[in-house]
Design a protein around this ligand. Structure first.
Ligand SMILES: O=c1ccn([C@@H]2O[C@H](COP(=O)(O)OP(=O)(O)O[C@H]3O[C@H](CS(=O)(=O)O)[C@@H](O)[C@H](O)[C@H]3O)[C@@H](O)[C@H]2O)c(=O)[nH]1
Length: 396
């Protein structure tokens, strides 16, 4: 029996692989093309946490946690023959698909990167679906982290999955429309539609896990040894807002709220995100639904300003002084959207939130306190200029 975790070198994939391997005797195969390391280097940045090579990570996982069932293969999921080989050799009973180009700002840079993001993310998912179908693995549970961003910013509470449409006095249940607001987020809208089609055409059991903005510098497994740390990005392109704000505080830089920042966005801690994916992956096939199920992997919506203020307060406890400041918004978005979002199915899966936002941010500062030099030596990466300057030069 084997479980594949794609994106196994990534921020979420690595700690998820570690936890799954800790909770099962099955073989856990991490798959990654190490592209995230290249993208972050392309934009001139680094992970604030020093991340070890995969070889060192696996040695540490064995030494520290006794994990002999964890291994790694490097490869590109957009290559159909590679995915076919994975399916034929490893015959996975579960695939947790976290691999993607996950940055909205990166996908928005220009047509080349929008194309790359859409081709990369969507082709990888299609290859996995057809890899399972064409290799007679249609009982394999395919779990993908899509995004809560597929819902956009509607003026009604966001359902956990589909919705009801009324037209000319008739009504029917329909999948949620693709209201995503970036070329990246739209890859996940398309993936969500393709996953639904894969279930109806091939009967593959699907968990479409719509992941919110994830914060946290580690999990209980990654904190056990420095060689097991997961990455923590803070640059303009790859740092999610909570991580950017915490790193900005560490560098003595203002917290950069874009525009009014009154919009509520969905958040989840890394710990709660990893736990849900693990529970889905390790549940026996006769105990889980054989269906297509959508989970809103979110514990709470918080406004950007409220979040920035909490981060500034926690930063002060750690001796870092910063202020929340408002900057011109580089994004086209509703800065006052009062998001409400249903999450009962996901909350039941994990048994409720395990750490509050404030506790999670405290844990982030505990880790970042040891990483101040790496952040300070790249503090200009809070702004988009490094990559944009190079593109401008190339265009001249
Ligand atoms: O310095 C900053 C950076 C961001 N923001 C604001 O913070 C919000 C969130 O930005 P983000 O970069 O943290 O999140 P987003 O682009 O939405 O994407 C992230 O969160 C998604 C979940 S969701 O937000 O779409 O639900 C995941 O799918 C993505 O992979 C992940 O990069 C935005 O309204 C943005 O304008 C600021 O005010 N200041």
């Amino acid at each position: 029996m084997s479980i594949i975790v794609t994106g196994g070198d990534g921020y979420l994939g690595w700690p998820t692989g570690l936890r799954i391997a800790s909770e099962t005797d099955d073989r856990v195969l991490l798959v990654d093309n190490l592209a995230r390391r290249e993208w972050v280097s392309e934009v001139g940045s680094v992970s604030a946490t020093p991340i070890a090579s995969m070889e060192t990570r696996l040695t540490a996982a064995q030494e520290v946690h006794g994990l002999r069932n964890l291994s790694f293969v490097q490869g590109d999921l957009t290559d159909r023959s590679f995915v076919d080989e994975l399916c034929q050799i490893h015959e996975p009973q579960v695939i947790v698909h976290t691999a993607a180009q996950p940055s909205a700002p990166y996908s928005q840079i220009n047509g080349e990167r929008a194309n790359y993001t859409q081709q990369n993310n969507m082709q990888a998912t299609r290859n996995l679906v057809f890899g399972l179908h064409e290799n007679d693995l249609v009982d394999t549970h395919l779990i993908e982290t899509t995004t809560t961003g597929v819902y956009g910013a509607p003026e009604f509470p966001i359902p956990e999955g589909g919705t009801v449409m009324e037209h000319q006095d008739s009504r029917d249940e329909v999948p949620f429309p693709a209201m995503a607001g970036s070329w990246y987020h739209m890859t996940k809208s398309h993936d969500a539609a393709n996953l639904r089609l894969a279930h109806s055409q091939f009967d593959i059991p699907i968990s479409d896990v719509r992941t919110a903005i994830t914060y946290g510098a580690g999990t209980k497994e990654t904190r056990a040894d420095d060689r097991l740390m997961t990455r923590f990005d803070f640059d303009y392109y790859f740092g999610v807002v909570a991580h950017r704000f915490a790193a900005q505080a560490v560098a003595g830089y203002p917290i950069t709220v874009y525009g009014k920042g009154k919009q509520r966005k969905p958040f989840i801690s890394l710990e709660d995100a990893v736990e849900g994916l693990t529970r889905l992956a390790v549940t026996d096939s006769d105990e889980r639904p054989d269906d297509h199920v959508v989970y809103n992997q979110v514990t709470r919506p918080i406004s950007i300003v409220e979040m920035g203020t909490t981060i500034a307060d926690v930063a002060t406890e750690f001796g870092f002084n910063t202020d929340v400041e408002h900057f011109e918004n580089p994004r086209d978005e509703d800065e006052t959207h009062k998001m409400e979002i249903e999450n009962n199915r996901y909350a039941n899966l994990i048994g409720g939130q395990s750490v509050t936002f404030e506790e999670g941010i405290r844990e982030v500062f505990e880790t970042l306190t040891d990483c101040t030099e790496r952040i300070k030596s790249h503090e200009d990466r809070f702004l988009p200029s490094v990559l944009e300057d190079r593109l401008a030069e190339e265009a001249e």
